[in-house]
Design a protein around this ligand. Structure first.
Ligand SMILES: O=c1ccn([C@H]2C[C@H](O)[C@@H](CO)O2)c(=O)[nH]1
Ligand SMILES: [Zn+2]
Length: 134
């Protein structure tokens, strides 16, 4: 799947966002290394802190569908932001869990801005499974 198609999947997923509190809808789409695609949206809660972001929804969906041993080839995230949307710290760490140095991260918005980055740029010095090896 090409980048624009992945971004379009994220835009579609964003429509399903459950964001009655912030009204800030976010969509994410991930292309796994086996070429399967999973999408997610943010899901808020009256107990605000229980909110799950779009990126984590997409990744948890992939894992729930048997892709936990796979890697993310590309992820597209879209919000209605001035510039490309910026993933929160929790999502950066969760994206890192299923990424490698080749994972492409596309930060986008509804205006069509696209910024390509990497997990190492988003989360330098990240904690990973390597740190658990003794
Ligand atoms: O990258 C982001 C940033 C924010 N949100 C959600 C969380 C919350 O529902 C709303 C406002 O923070 O946007 C995401 O899903 N992804
Ligand atoms: Zn997040």
């Amino acid at each position: 799947m090409n980048t624009q198609s992945l971004i379009n999947e994220a835009i579609k997923a964003r429509e399903n966002a459950y964001a009655p509190y912030s009204k800030f809808k976010v969509g994410a789409a991930i292309l796994m290394n086996d070429q399967t695609v999973f999408t997610g949206c943010n899901v808020e809660n009256a107990s605000y802190g229980l909110t799950n972001c779009a990126e984590r929804t997409a990744i948890f969906s992939a894992v729930a569908n048997g892709k936990g041993s796979g890697k993310i080839e590309a992820i597209a995230i879209v919000g209605d932001t001035e510039g490309p949307v910026s993933p929160c710290g929790a999502c950066r760490q969760v994206i890192a869990e299923f990424s490698d140095e080749n994972t492409k991260v596309f930060l986008t918005n509804l205006k069509g801005d696209v910024a390509e980055t990497t997990i190492n740029q988003l989360l330098p010095g990240l904690f990973s499974s390597k740190d658990l090896e003794v």
